[in-house]
Design a binder for this molecule. Structure first.
Ligand SMILES: [Zn+2]
Length: 135
């Protein structure tokens, strides 16, 4: 979820970087309406990539697609980083994020582990990643 002031700031920064005239306020509103369901962090990471390449201003669909791709890239990257650790960060779930709760084997029930919030914070760039051992 991305609030309007934060979105407006990243929108204006992108406009500035691409050397475009500031669009009418309705345009910002329209973009925000179409993208507000996404995490601000991924939208911001996507905006940063758009800023680094000379291009036309992205459409909301292009912005959404890049934010989604970045989310997937980061999830893969974090999974690879966690796999390289000598031992799991979370002893409870072994970094699988899921834990078995109650029930016998035939009726096993699964739930998110408590470390889920921490992993999400890492993915969003709000928390540092563990350092993977290098070769
Ligand atoms: Zn866990």
């Amino acid at each position: 979820m991305t609030d309007r002031p934060r979105f407006e700031a990243m929108f204006e920064l992108l406009v500035w970087h691409l050397r475009l005239p500031l669009p009418p306020v309705e345009t910002v509103e329209q973009y925000h309406a179409e993208l507000q369901d996404l995490d601000a962090e991924y939208l911001d990471m996507a905006a940063e990539r758009f800023r680094r390449r000379p291009a036309t201003f992205p459409t909301p669909a292009q912005w959404r697609a890049l934010a989604g791709r970045i989310e997937g890239e980061r999830a893969d990257q974090l999974a690879r980083t966690l796999a390289k650790l000598p031992e799991p960060l979370c002893q409870r779930c072994g970094d699988r994020i899921w834990i078995e709760v109650g029930g016998k084997l035939t009726e096993a029930r699964w739930s998110y582990c408590g470390c889920m919030a921490e992993r999400r914070a890492m993915l969003l760039g709000k928390k540092p990643w563990p350092l993977a051992k290098t070769a």
